[in-house]
Write a protein of this length. Sequence first.
Length: 94
Amino acid sequence: MSETQQVRDPFIRLLRRLRETNDPVTIIITSGENCCEHTGCIGEIVGDEYLTLITSAGSGGCVRTYIRIDCICAILDPADARRCRRRRRPCSEE
């Protein structure tokens, strides 16, 4: 088994677990020299090639975004994102 395959297998298992929760996730991908993020629910994982991210388009429709797995550089679970956004309130001066 190649080193790339050894790294990829746990990552694919993680993606499958996230798909089973049916909760939205934010996926950050490399796009040229920049990164961009997409948020939605993982709908389908095709081998170790790409996944389908489903987002609501309003009016009862949805949009499917196809993302190559080898372009993913980070995944944010909504629970983790909420935890990062929490800030402590400053103590009131007495």
